[in-house]
Design a protein around this ligand. Sequence first.
Ligand code: ZN
Length: 69
Amino acid sequence: MKLSFLPEDTGWFCEKCELKMTPGLTELHYQGNVFKVELLVCPSCGAVLIAEDLAVGRMLEVEKLLEDK
Ligand SMILES: [Zn+2]
């Protein structure tokens, strides 16, 4: 399952490195499941950005999908 947590506004910068964050894939563990998610990653230190409201909204969708199985 692949999800995208890219915010509509991709003009985010890493606070630490002051570099523009770029889209990348990472694994997210959630309630015993592993999801490949696309989100903004700092090319230097690897910090990821997940807009919190976005992530919570998507996770609720995912939970519904899993329950429907
Ligand atoms: Zn950084």
